[in-house]
Design a protein around this ligand. Structure first.
Ligand SMILES: NC(=O)C1=CN([C@@H]2O[C@H](COP(=O)(O)OP(=O)(O)OC[C@H]3O[C@@H](n4cnc5c(N)ncnc54)[C@H](O)[C@@H]3O)[C@@H](O)[C@H]2O)C=CC1
Ligand SMILES: CCCCCC(=O)CC\C=C/C=C/C=C/[C@@H](O)[C@@H](O)CCCC(=O)O
Length: 251
């Protein structure tokens, strides 16, 4: 089945900068009706809206200050009163190997809670119009090495959750698709996040010898491409500037 971004109302968390911003830009470039940008970074978020409005027209992008770990009820209520949402992209994320709790709260608990809130709202069997829940995991959602042990735990969970929620059994009942993208290393501020001291050397090797750093724009484009063709419950990889491919299945 083909899915069309044209005229869709799209909510993207953590979209003030980085990959989220490029996802917002690419959805608008591909005809989305409205982009709702959620982030804790107010100044950067407002600048993002200005840039996108200059590019695509006044009112095409909207910023709401939002901490995904705290503001779900308030912000979702505000959104549902003003807009008919078609797509939620759970993109907000952190790399903070000093705090498992914060990592899980932002990268995992918030992803599950925001997904479920919008899934209930979109369910066709409960009066909704259907839609797409689109989660940003990582290559570190299924690969492993000794580094970023909290980060990987959070991203592995996102893949298991999205595959199960998006299972055709659930889609047939609700009309809500759930899909995942797993980017490889991408040139954003998250790479300056917090790692363990004795992991830095390992990462230096990875970054020098194994990694082709992608631009966030590359991931924004891949997100919209995948949006157009992905069957529910599927997980996709965009790494090293290679073509989009399916992630390996865990059975
Ligand atoms: N850059 C990379 O190499 C890769 C990134 N990813 C994932 O892509 C997503 C986006 O990250 P990047 O753009 O790379 O980094 P980034 O640091 O530029 O963007 C993350 C955004 O999330 C926002 N955010 C953080 N905590 C938040 C909260 N509690 N509430 C609302 N917003 C919050 C930040 O303010 C920021 O705008 C993350 O989920 C990350 O794990 C996945 C694979 C590779
Ligand atoms: C191949 C997997 C790609 C997935 C990447 C992500 O999901 C992004 C976040 C995960 C890990 C990021 C690690 C970042 C490391 C950098 O800080 C690195 O440059 C550190 C090198 C040591 C140093 O310069 O201090």
């Amino acid at each position: 089945m083909a899915y069309d971004p044209t005229n869709k109302v799209v909510v993207v968390t953590g979209a003030a900068r980085g990959i989220g911003y490029e996802i917002a830009d690419q959805f608008l470039q591909n005809g989305a009706k409205t982009l709702i940008i959620l982030d804790i970074l107010e100044d950067i978020g407002l600048k993002a809206v200005k840039t996108l409005s200059d590019k695509y027209g006044e009112g095409k992008a909207v910023f709401l200050k939002c901490d995904v770990t705290k503001d779900l009820e308030k912000v979702s209520e505000e959104i549902f009163q003003k807009y008919q949402v078609d797509v939620l992209v759970n993109n907000a994320g952190v790399l903070n190997e000093a705090s498992f709790r914060q990592t899980i709260e932002i990268n995992c608990t918030a992803v599950v809670e925001w997904s479920m809130k919008f899934w209930e709202y979109m369910r066709m069997d409960k009066g909704g119009r259907g839609g797409t829940i689109y989660n940003v995991a990582s290559l570190y959602g299924f690969q492993y090495n000794p580094w970023t042990v909290f980060y990987k735990a959070s991203k592995y969970a996102v893949i298991g959750f999205t595959r199960s929620l998006g299972h055709p059994y659930n889609y047939d009942k609700t009309g809500v698709r759930a899909i995942t993208i797993c980017p490889g290393f991408t040139d954003t501020a998250i790479l300056t996040g917090n790692t363990w001291d004795w992991h830095k050397e390992g990462f230096e090797n990875v970054m020098e010898n194994e990694v082709i750093l992608q631009t966030p724009e590359t991931i924004g484009k891949a997100v919209v491409d995948i949006f157009t063709f992905a069957e529910t419950g599927t997980v996709w990889v965009k790494e090293n500037n290679e073509p989009i491919k399916l992630a390996p299945l865990c059975t």
